[in-house]
Every structure is written in C-alpha cells, then in structure tokens.
Design a binder for this molecule. Structure first.
Ligand code: AMP
Ligand code: MG
Length: 325
C-alpha cells in the first residue's frame, strides 16, 4: 500500500519515463527515471535495487538468513559484539534521534516489535499480555546498551535492535546514490510511499500526493518537488489489526509499549531520507507536540492527528497544496 501517491502528469520529455518496480523490504519499490535513455535507466535501477536489497539483508530482524543485527539480538547479555562500520553508523545516528526525540523513536524497540509481531509473516491479530509488554519494554532503556568503540553489548536479553523505522530511508538514500552514480539526474525512488526525488519531470516539478489515511487511493493534497528532497510518511494504515473493535497499529510508543495513538499519519520532509524516516516515526509517536522539534532541525512536518485534523510546521522546504474539499 502506498503512503504517498505518485501523480505523474503527461510525459513531455523527449525520452519516455522508465518505470520499474521491485519487491524489497516488504514493500513495492517503484523507480521512475526521466530524461535518460532506457538502457542507462535500467542499468541504474538494477544497481539501485541490488543495493537496497543488500541493505535489507544487513538490517532486517526477520527471516532465517543470519546477519549481524540478529546475531547481536541473540548475543549473551554482557558480551561485546563487533558491528561493521555501516551498522555502527546507522546505530549511532539512530541513538541521536532517540535522544533528540525524547525516546519517541528508538532503535532498541526490537523485543517489543517482535512481541507485537506486526511485521511477522503471520501477525498475531490480538494484543500481547500486559506482563509480556512490561517485560519487553524493560529492554528499551538506553542504559541497557553499552558501547566500547565499534563494539556494543546489551545488558538484558530484552534489549534488541530494530532498524525498521530508519533502514528503509537509508536504503532510499543509498539507492538514489546508485542512480546518480549511473548518471541519472531526474528520478523518483518510491519505497511504498517513502520517497526521494531528484531533478524534475520534463521541465516541471514532480507532483507527489499525500495519502488520506482513512480513504485509500485518495489524496489530502500534494507537494511539488524538484531538486533533491525526501518525503517520508509513517501511517497507522500500513500494518495493523482490529481486535474487539479497536485498531492496533505497528508504531509503538516506547513509553507505554502500546501502539502510539496520537496520529493517523506523520510526514517529514528533509534532504536525507534516512533522517526523514526516523523523524516520521518519532513525529507519529509524539503527535502535534513533535512538530516544534522538526522546526528546530530545519525539517518540515505534516501531521494528521488522531481526530483527522491536519497540522503543518517547520521550515518550508516544499509547498503543500491541500486538495479542495
Ligand atoms: P515506520 O513505518 O518508519 O514508522 O517504522 C515502523 C517500524 O519501526 C515498525 O514496524 C517497527 O519495526 C519499528 N518501530 C515501531 N515503533 C517504533 C519506535 N517508537 N521507534 C523506532 N522504531 C519503531
Ligand atoms: Mg520511519
């Protein structure tokens, strides 16, 4: 399901747009390249998709293929585990956002994520017990993770890493770097509604719709984007179940261990898709109170609160055009 809708106008460019989709990171990743030959575009897209798949394999905590993040999550508490440079860097960036968001976003949410199971092949469909939540939540505290250079140890077996709220953004940034390295100047890389654009579309800005969180396929409005910018949305419609008439969705409030309930969707606009991804999750948890934090960091936020009201704040990186009612 797409968080953002891609609204591509008629193709006015000399060369036709090249469209390709791949299933990566549990989502349909759509590549659109404009103003390049088909051969060049397809080679670039192949390199970008391979890189994004590599990143999924490095960071995922799901499936049976071993990786270093799963090894860390299974390590004996108190023993040091050495993390490769790339994982180390994303972990440090994640801990920065954890600190800056007052813990609303945290990479230490792994045991809670696995307990709720929204991303498992067969999600449970009913909430876990209060005891199980309290136990998993005990691992989320920052003090439970200790660093010694590039080595890290966890102090409790409830402390597990989950990069699910930031790795997709990182994959988008790396995928876009690959497109550029192959000489692509105009493109959208859209990973299930989280996207980065470069350049323009046949001499005009790309037009990006903001999805209505309660009406699939409808847009609340749109952005016009050109140059180099990322738009990332966290929504309560992405992965959820209804149990006894209540919606339980996949973004958890680390303070309670329960699904965050202040937002329907949270969109962050920033140059880096990595940062936009981490902060969209933080903003979703914080609700309107998170908007000033974005402003302070030169990012832009668009929030649909739990009542369905739209709020905007932050640096005006892009103009949002609300759809007429
Ligand atoms: P996103 O769609 O980017 O908001 O990421 C949601 C995913 O990140 C979830 O499926 C969990 O794996 C993980 N997650 C859930 N809650 C949080 C949180 N408060 N902080 C960081 N990661 C989270
Ligand atoms: Mg995110």
């Amino acid at each position: 399901m797409l968080g953002l809708l891609l609204l591509l106008g008629g193709c006015t460019a000399q060369q036709r747009d090249v469209h390709e989709s791949r299933f990566i990171m549990g989502t349909l990743v759509q590549f659109t390249v404009s103003g390049a030959s088909e051969d060049r575009a397809l080679a670039a897209i192949r390199a970008a998709a391979d890189e994004m798949q590599r990143i999924e394999d490095v960071f995922t905590i799901y499936g049976d293929k071993p990786n270093v993040v799963k090894a860390f999550n299974a390590s004996r508490p108190g023993t040091l585990v050495s993390l490769p440079e790339e994982v180390n860097r994303l972990l440090v960036d994640s801990l920065d956002v954890q600190q800056q968001s007052g813990g609303a976003f945290t990479p230490l949410i792994g045991s809670l994520s696995l307990l709720w199971g929204f991303s498992l092949p067969q999600p449970p469909g009913s909430p876990p017990s209060a005891d199980a939540i309290a136990s998993a939540r005990s691992g989320v505290r920052r003090g439970q993770l200790v660093r010694a250079g590039d080595d890290w140890k966890r102090l409790s077996d409830q402390t597990m890493l989950d990069f699910g709220a930031i790795a997709k953004g990182y994959a988008i940034d790396r995928g876009m770097e690959m497109l550029r390295a192959h000489g692509i100047a105009n493109a959208i890389l859209d990973a299930g509604g989280d996207l980065r654009v470069i350049g323009e579309h046949g001499g005009k800005p790309w037009r990006i719709g903001l999805r209505d969180p309660r009406h699939n396929g409808e847009a609340l409005g749109w952005f016009e984007a050109s140059g180099d910018i990322s738009i990332v949305t966290s929504g309560d419609y992405e992965r959820f179940f209804i149990y006894r008439g209540r919606r339980y969705q996949h973004i958890l409030d680390p303070a309670t261990g329960l699904p965050a309930d202040k937002s329907r969707s949270a969109t962050v606009i920033a140059h880096s898709a990595t940062l936009a991804d981490a902060w969209s999750t933080a903003l979703f948890v914080l609700g309107v109170d998170g908007l000033p934090l974005l402003e302070k960091r030169g990012m832009q936020g668009v929030l649909v609160d739990a009542q369905g009201k739209l709020h905007q704040a932050g640096r005006k990186l892009l103009v949002f055009h609300p759809a007429s009612p």
